[in-house]
Ligand binder design. Structure first.
Ligand code: RB5
Length: 143
């Protein structure tokens, strides 16, 4: 499983903590920036992660900003990207099970790093349920 990750300045610190978790657990990832807490525009970083999924370079994306909202809105503008803003493990599970989300966004100003990592674990460990949800996913994919 390949993961792409990016953040803006507000999410930079949490992104680094998530990367540390990946390093400690042998999880492959590509970091698309940003590389400091200097102010940047989050749509640029959302685009980089979405492009890596569109090309097949990555299976899943993780985007962190202050609230998770700007990254989520930005990511969902990209074809074949289904981004979910999740700040609890139940939503992260359901985003995979029912929505086949391929990007998760989170706000570093909303949750702590321990919960963020639990949310990511749940998201990555859950498969799309398919079945009746295929039709609905296809419906929003074709909007
Ligand atoms: C940056 O100040 C902040 O607006 C951004 O990180 C994000 O929360 C936007 O949705």
């Amino acid at each position: 499983m390949n993961i792409s990750i990016a953040s803006d300045h507000a999410g930079y610190e949490l992104k680094e903590i998530i990367k540390n978790y990946f390093d400690m657990n042998g999880i492959n990832y590509a970091d698309f920036g940003t590389n400091s807490a200097e102010s940047v525009d989050y749509p640029i970083y959302a685009k980089k992660v979405c492009a890596s999924i569109q090309t097949g370079e990555s299976d899943f994306g993780i985007l962190v900003c202050g609230t998770g909202i700007g990254m989520c809105i930005s990511a969902n503008k990209h074809r074949d990207i289904r981004a979910a803003c999740c700040h609890d493990t139940y939503s992260a599970k359901m985003a995979r099970l029912h929505n086949d989300a391929n990007v998760i966004t989170m706000g570093s100003r909303v949750i702590g790093s321990g919960l963020a990592i639990d949310i990511i674990k749940k998201f990555l460990a859950t498969d799309f349920e398919g079945g009746r949800h295929f039709k609905r996913v296809n419906m929003y994919d074709s909007l």
